[in-house]
Write a protein that binds this ligand. Structure first.
Ligand code: MV4
Length: 511
């Protein structure tokens, strides 16, 4: 297919930082497209800057004054001659004004239209839009005018109709802010006031609406993809139920509990939701999967998500290449049939964060040493190297570790192996958490919901307290290592090899 010369993307400015900026630039390289990095003063020496063909400084470390400044990003496009912008995730990726500003400046925004983002950004409008298209939404009430309840009394009357427990949610929201679970009438008014206050603070908009509460749900999302002609396909699901404080920690595909029938229905419904807002590019439809197998639309994310590699691994595709293709006006690269035929095996992603593994608090600092896993069917997407600084200004992610297997059990074995290979010095990470999770019997069974980490935190987040036998083994290992002076492995790593409560004393590696 030949395109008008103006549509061919030759130089992409990546309006982001860290691992996603590096990941997008890798595909650009593969495609022979030039890359432009933007960087704040805190990121002058960052990996994403070193990966780019050229780089433009955009100001001070706070994101508001750099990565979130639309004017500065557009100016950087002009200064560098970029003809397209990839927004990554976070920052400006779901900012409809940014998408519109790119359009107005004649720069190709690699993503959906500002109009699609507007339809899906507001949760009450998204519910109304997809309901029209026959998509099941959580039973609820958007309010008398369809955009929230102006009074607690009206909201309470609607809550009684729905039946307790109910969820109060911010219309402008998403991600759990301004959300309240209300078990009974007595607590309703206080919860209503609290939700409005929190929504106002977080979004500058205090409209709240109601949904029936789904108890112990799983978070299952469908990857969709659409082109300009309206052709829309899906690439199956990701189960993202392993979360803590609305932060995803582990994602996998396929979901261990989805039946083929539910998968097919969910995919069909996700495509209908994307069509309903005239979607273009990569998008994700989030669902709550209830214990009884029913599922409900929650919201749409109008960007490429953090966990997209899981989908790439089970389909053998490059979703950034797909994004660039449809941004150039080309069709979706594969038919639904072709995609379904390629789906194979299972993939899992562990988000490795620089954080205190017990308290789940960021642990900023300089990465003194780093040894990332490799080998068959393991992928590690990172934006840092040894010597990189995990700063307080941005997300403290170290990398996304992804493993693939012919089936889930094989993917989990590879992930355990990869986690055991991983070494990070100088900062705390959540690697010990991941190693324990991957040994947890319920996780291994695939039986978990969005409350799993909180319920199991005594086991998953407990400090390392070896019993006498384990300590003996660790001390012996340390003594042997000191005697042989193996440089790769620190004394401190030796106990980590035996840290699992379910796999006591089994050393993963001999080096
Ligand atoms: C819900 C719910 C139960 N019932 N809605 C949390 C973030 C926001 N995107 C939606 N969320 C939820 N909405 C109803 N009607 C439970 C959650 C929820 C949740 C959802 C997905 C993943 C993790 C979660 C953790 C706690 C609560």
């Amino acid at each position: 297919m030949s395109l008008p010369p103006s549509r061919k993307i030759r130089r992409v400015l990546v309006a982001n930082r860290g691992e996603i900026a590096v990941r997008v630039m890798r595909t650009c390289r593969d495609l022979g497209i030039e890359t432009v990095a933007v960087f704040s003063d805190a990121d002058r020496g960052a990996l994403h800057v070193r990966c780019a063909d050229r780089a433009v400084g955009i100001g001070p470390p706070p994101a508001r004054e750099s990565y979130l400044d639309i004017e500065k990003i557009i100016a950087a496009c002009r200064a560098s001659g970029a003809d397209a912008v990839h927004p990554g995730y976070g920052f400006l990726s779901e900012n409809e004004d940014f998408a519109d500003a790119c359009d107005a400046a004649g720069i190709t925004f690699i993503g959906p239209s500002g109009q699609s983002m507007r339809m899906m950004g507001d949760k009450t409008s998204a519910r109304a839009t997809v309901t029209q298209a026959g998509v099941p939404v959580v039973p609820g009430n958007n309010g008398p005018q369809g955009r929230g309840f102006p009074s607690a009394a009206e909201a309470l009357a609607a809550a009684r109709q729905i039946g307790f427990p109910v969820m109060l949610k911010a219309a402008a929201g998403g991600g759990g802010k301004g959300m309240r679970l209300v078990d009974d009438e007595a607590k309703f008014t206080a919860a209503y006031d609290g939700a409005r206050r929190e929504a106002k603070g977080a979004f500058g908009d205090d409209a709240v609406y109601l949904e029936k509460a789904i108890l112990k749900p799983r978070h299952v999302e469908i990857q969709v993809f659409a082109d300009e002609s309206g052709a829309t396909v899906h690439l199956g699901e990701r189960d993202c139920s392993i979360q803590r404080r609305h932060q995803k920690v582990v994602e996998e595909s396929p979901s261990p509990v989805l039946t083929a029938e539910t998968r097919a229905k969910m995919g069909e419904v996700a495509v209908a939701a994307a069509r309903a807002c005239g979607y273009r590019g990569a998008g994700t439809i989030e669902f709550l999967l209830a214990q009884d197998g029913s599922f409900y639309f929650l919201e749409m994310n109008t960007r490429l998500q953090v966990e997209h590699p899981v989908t790439e691994m089970v389909h053998g595709v490059d979703l950034v290449a797909w994004q660039i293709a449809v941004a150039e006006g080309k069709p979706v690269p594969m038919s639904q049939e072709e995609i379904d035929g390629r789906r194979r095996g299972a993939a899992i992603e562990c988000r490795v964060y620089a954080e205190d593994p017990i308290r789940f608090l960021p642990s900023p600092g300089t990465i003194a040493s780093l040894r990332t896993p490799s080998g068959p069917y393991v992928r590690d997407d990172s934006g840092v190297t040894a010597g990189s600084v995990i700063s307080v200004f941005y997300d403290p992610m170290v990398s996304k570790l992804v493993a693939w297997g012919d089936n889930r059990a094989e993917a989990l074995r590879r992930m355990r192996r990869a986690l055991d290979e991983y070494r990070v010095g100088g900062i705390k990470t959540n690697l010990p958490f991941h190693r324990r999770l991957l040994q947890h019997p319920a996780f291994v069974e695939g039986v978990y919901d969005t409350g799993f980490i909180d319920r199991e935190k005594a086991i998953l987040l407990a400090p390392y307290t070896p019993d006498a036998a384990t300590l003996d083994a660790a001390l012996l290992a340390a003594a042997l290592q000191a005697a042989s002076a193996t440089p790769e492995r620190s004394v401190a790593d030796a106990p980590a090899a035996a840290l699992s409560p379910w796999r006591y004393g089994k050393s993963p590696w001999r080096q």
